[in-house]
Design a protein around this ligand. Structure first.
Ligand SMILES: Nc1ncnc2c1ncn2[C@@H]1O[C@H](COP(=O)(O)OP(=O)(O)O)[C@@H](O)[C@H]1O
Ligand SMILES: [Mg+2]
Length: 261
C-alpha cells in the first residue's frame, strides 16, 4: 500500500511554494504536525471542535506552552474550567507549569462559573465579559497567542444567541487587531456549520471513534485558509506528554466519518 504523502517528501515544489508565501508560520504545539504542514499563519483564528474528552483543552494548553517556550506573551481565557482545574492539568503535563502561572507568564482570564463578577446564577453580561478581557489585553500589548476555551460555555453563560454572536465577533476582531494567533474551542461537531465555523480561518475537528473493537482518536484539518493538509485526517494520540499526530494506519481508515465530513 502506498504511504500517505508528506509534503516535504513527495511534493517539494508544492512545499517550497507554501513555505515561500511570505507567511510567518506558527507552531501550534501539537507534536508531529510539522511533518504535515509548515504551521498555521500567524494572527489567524483556529476553531477546534470536538466532543468532551477529545483533547481540546490539552491542545490549548500545548499551544500556550509552545508560545511561552518561544518567549511569547500568551493569554488563556477560560469560560468552562476553573483556573484550579487548568492548573492541575497543566501541572500534570509540565513540572514548571505552576511557576509559569505564578510568574504571570501564563495569564488566565477567568470567565468560568466561579468568576466573582458573575451573577448569582453564574450568567455574565456581554459588556462586562468583553471589558474584563480587554482590560487584561491592554496590559499585554505584545500578546501573540490567545485561547478561548470554550465558546460553547461562553454561549451558555450569556443571555442569548445574539449576545454570543456579538461577543464572538468582537473577540475575533480584537485578536486580529493585535495580530495574535487564536485558538477557540467549541463542543461537538454540528450537522450544519454555524457562524463560528464560517468566520475562522482554520477549523480542526478532534474525534474519538470506535471501529470494530478499537477506539481511535483522530485529528482532522477540516478547513484551512492557505494550508491544505494532505492527508486531511491524522491519528491523534493523547499521552502524558500531551497530544501528538501521525499518519492514520490504513487499517483504521475512518469510513465512519463519511457522514460527518
Ligand atoms: N496521560 C494521558 N494518557 C492518555 N490520555 C489522557 C492522558 N491525559 C489525559 N488524557 C485524555 O485526555 C482527555 C481530556 O482531554 P481534554 O483536553 O480535557 O478534553 P476536552 O477539552 O476536549 O473535553 C481525557 O478524557 C483523557 O481521556
Ligand atoms: Mg475542555
Amino acid at each position: 500500500m502506498k504511504k500517505s504523502k508528506r509534503i516535504h517528501e513527495l511534493e517539494p515544489e508544492y512545499e517550497k511554494a507554501l513555505r515561500s508565501k511570505n507567511i510567518e508560520w506558527v507552531d501550534i504545539g501539537v507534536k508531529g504536525l510539522d511533518s504535515f504542514i509548515p504551521g498555521l499563519p500567524k494572527g489567524d483564528a483556529i476553531l477546534v471542535r470536538g466532543e468532551p474528552g477529545t483533547g481540546k483543552t490539552i491542545m490549548c494548553l500545548q499551544f500556550m506552552y509552545k508560545g511561552i517556550e518561544n518567549g511569547e506573551t500568551v493569554v488563556y481565557i477560560t469560560t468552562e474550567e476553573t483556573p484550579q482545574t487548568i492548573m492541575r492539568t497543566g501541572a500534570e503535563l509540565w513540572e514548571d507549569f505552576p511557576q509559569l502561572v505564578e510568574q504571570k507568564r501564563f495569564v488566565i482570564i477567568n470567565l468560568s462559573i466561579d468568576a466573582s463578577y458573575a451573577s448569582e446564577y453564574s450568567l455574565i453580561n456581554k459588556g462586562e465579559a468583553m471589558a474584563i478581557i480587554l482590560k487584561v489585553l491592554e496590559t499585554l500589548p505584545d500578546v501573540s497567542r490567545i485561547v478561548v476555551d470554550s465558546l460553547s460555555a461562553l454561549e451558555r453563560r450569556l443571555a442569548d444567541q445574539s449576545e454570543f454572536r456579538e461577543v464572538f465577533m468582537k473577540l475575533l476582531l480584537e485578536t486580529k487587531k493585535r495580530g495574535a494567533t487564536t485558538i477557540l474551542t467549541a463542543e461537538g461537531i454540528p450537522p450544519r456549520p454555524d457562524i463560528t465555523e464560517y468566520l475562522v480561518d482554520h477549523l480542526i475537528y478532534l474525534d474519538y471513534q470506535k471501529h470494530d473493537v478499537i477506539w481511535t482518536r483522530v485529528f482532522v484539518l477540516r478547513k484551512s485558509r492557505s494550508v491544505p493538509l494532505k492527508p486531511q485526517i491524522l491519528k491523534l494520540n493523547i499521552e502524558t506528554e500531551g497530544l501528538s499526530v501521525e499518519e492514520i494506519p490504513i487499517s483504521l481508515k475512518p469510513v465512519w466519518f463519511a457522514s460527518k465530513l
